[in-house]
Design a protein. Structure first.
Length: 386
């Protein structure tokens, strides 16, 4: 079956955060956006068809999850990730994965206690620690041959007596790493030894490049883990968000259920549920084609930069549709690079400092777009640094 990823989808003036909010975020309207992590491809047809069918019913009242819902998630984890998960382990947080992790932070830790996460890493994971009155500890990567490798020794050194949680981002945003089984086992062994609960944000788990395999942390980390998945990044459904939490430990499930009860988010999102079922049931072939297209885009970015832009290179793309651009060799500070990208290149990229102080000198580029759009963005990088 052929899928069209080359035809641009017009998103301007559709209340698109990515396309219509660059004036606020970058001080200039109508930039070509490569910042926000959503795709510029059409959402798969089976999802749109399922939503349209649901709209034929005149009521949009409260809904509950049924057996089909849970069994669809269970089958996706089994068939896509070779992880057999009992139905009772599945819990849900319709608004977003970040809200689910927020609930875990507030119920599993005390104000003032420390929580450790990787650095650099997805900004909201760090913000929900600090903004909740917890102390953020950053564990660093080691850079080996332009690849970010997990440093278990640094993590062991950083853990304090009151550290109860480790927030893992896997596959990793922004570096694009797929952590090896050995890296994940080292985390699991240390977590067991130091009595840590590992919360693994795996919203990019389905977006693994050919030749690599993602291993869900919960399939290695046992009961002292929570694995968070979502179809939103995979199928471009961030506007109808859904999140599933795989929680083996019944005590943690009970505490998380208490958070859901207090927040009154036990009922489902109608279109999010319909879209998720259609995605996991009917969109595997679309996803396989998407991954080939994104892999080719990643290859094009690496090739273009090596031939045309001195001082900029990208980390090897193992997962996600996010290219991690190393601009340190330019010798320019982030604010000057950002100004050049905006004013001379006409493009919007996320600066590395959005992912913590250890992201300084890097920029993140979303490559989930038609090749013609990507080529315009690459020319913008070249013109900005000419």
């Amino acid at each position: 079956m052929d899928f069209d990823f080359d035809t641009p989808v017009e998103r301007r003036r559709t209340r698109s955060y990515k396309w219509d909010d660059t004036r606020r975020a970058f001080g200039k309207p109508d930039l070509l956006p490569f910042w926000v992590a959503d795709m510029d491809f059409a959402t798969p047809a089976p999802i749109l068809d399922a939503i349209q069918r649901r709209c034929r019913h005149p009521s949009l009242g409260y809904e509950q999850r049924n057996d089909e819902y849970r069994e669809t998630v269970q089958a996706w984890l089994r068939d896509r990730h070779q992880w057999n998960v009992p139905l009772e382990w599945l819990m849900f947080c319709p608004p977003t994965s970040i809200l689910g992790i927020y609930g875990l932070v507030t119920t599993l830790t005390e104000p003032g206690s420390s929580i450790v996460t990787q650095s650099p890493t997805y900004g909201p994971l760090q913000n929900l620690v600090v903004d909740n009155g917890r102390r953020l500890i950053r564990t660093l990567f080691r850079e080996v041959d332009n690849k970010f490798v997990f440093d278990i020794g640094d993590l062991a050194d950083k853990i304090e007596a009151d550290t109860g949680l480790f927030l893992l981002c896997s596959p990793h945003n922004p570096t694009g790493r797929v952590f090896s089984d050995a890296e994940l086992r080292s985390i699991a062994n240390l977590a067991d030894a130091r009595d840590l609960v590992v919360i693994s944000d795996e919203v990019h788990a389905d977006l693994v490049m050919p030749g690599h395999r993602h291993r869900p942390y919960g399939s290695i980390g046992g009961e002292r883990s929570v694995t968070v998945i979502s179809p939103n990044k995979t199928f471009n459904t961030a506007g109808i968000p859904q999140a599933t939490l795989v929680i083996p430990d019944p005590a943690i499930r009970e505490k998380f259920q208490g958070f859901l009860d207090i927040a009154q988010i036990n009922h489902d999102s109608t279109f999010g549920a319909v879209g998720m079922i259609a995605a996991y049931r009917d969109c595997s072939a679309w996803l396989d084609a998407l991954l080939r297209y994104i892999a080719a885009n990643h290859e094009r970015v690496a090739e273009f930069l090596s031939r045309n832009v001195a001082g900029v290179r990208c980390s090897p793309a193992e997962a996600t549709y996010l290219a991690w651009l190393d601009c340190r060799a330019t010798g320019l500070p982030e604010d000057e690079l950002m100004q050049r990208f905006v004013e001379k290149g006409g493009i919007a990229l996320y600066g590395g400092s959005e992912f913590g102080p250890d992201g300084a000198g890097f920029f993140r580029m979303n490559v989930a777009c038609p090749r013609s759009t990507l080529e315009r963005g690459l020319r913008g990088i070249k013109e900005a640094l000419a």
